[in-house]
Design a binder for this molecule. Structure first.
Ligand SMILES: O=P(O)(O)OC[C@H]1O[C@H](OP(=O)(O)OP(=O)(O)O)[C@H](O)[C@@H]1O
Ligand code: HPA
Length: 188
């Protein structure tokens, strides 16, 4: 992904609004962790981070987990330079034997669901004991993939391109602790 100047990034931030504050996000991580702690108590699962977007939500969540787990990552993407395509590009398949294991996928956002559905289908070929998905955000719209649901959702978000908490604006701003979107009247 090519570089954007600091000026352009600052302009983007000025033209944006905060949809979900860092305080609300932090509370959502705690709620999610409480649900996961109940569900996975004693199950000793593999937590699999969906890179890149899942990195920050997973990092935040993992510090609240009380069950023993191993951590791995997977990298598959259907988006290039913020343009959606339906083709999933595998960048890194898990290098761990998941047969007979409980697997928890952690990602930032369940948008159309194409990415997580394809990852779950791929992982199920390896005969895990279970595969569940945890996302910080569910984007609310009626364009979801059929026959697929995520299991643990932190917060709903409006049907807008959002960034922060792992999600990028042209590769940048994943580190912001709240959720942001460009104001409707500033969109190109
Ligand atoms: O539900 P979907 O419509 O499939 O979209 C959600 C996926 O898109 C984003 O990843 P992206 O492919 O942009 O890569 P990234 O994680 O590196 O940002 C996000 O992190 C999810 O994995
Ligand atoms: O709204 C979004 N923001 C960032 N990345 C995404 N990937 C799918 N939807 C989004």
């Amino acid at each position: 992904m090519s570089q954007i100047s600091n000026k352009e990034i600052e302009q983007t931030l000025r033209n944006s609004e905060c949809l979900i504050s860092s305080i609300e996000v932090a509370a959502a991580y705690e709620r999610l962790a409480a649900q996961l702690n109940l569900h996975y108590a004693g199950l000793n699962p593999i937590v699999m981070v969906v890179m890149n977007g899942g990195l920050i939500p997973a990092g935040q969540l993992l510090t609240h987990l009380t069950f023993y787990h191993r951590m791995h990552y997977i990298h598959a993407s259907r988006y290039r330079e913020n343009e959606g395509t339906n083709e999933l590009v595998w960048k890194f398949k898990p290098d761990v034997d998941i047969s007979g294991e409980h697997v928890l996928l952690v990602d930032d956002i369940f948008d159309e669901g194409i990415t997580l559905k394809a990852i779950v289908e791929e992982l199920k070929k390896e005969n895990p004991k279970s595969v569940d998905c945890c996302v910080l955000l569910n984007k609310v719209h009626d364009r979801k993939v059929e026959d697929f649901k995520v299991d643990f959702v932190g917060l709903d978000v409006d049907d807008r391109y959002v960034y922060g908490c792992g999600m990028d604006f042209h590769g940048y701003l994943r580190h912001l602790p709240g959720i942001y979107a460009i104001k409707e009247d500033k969109l190109p």
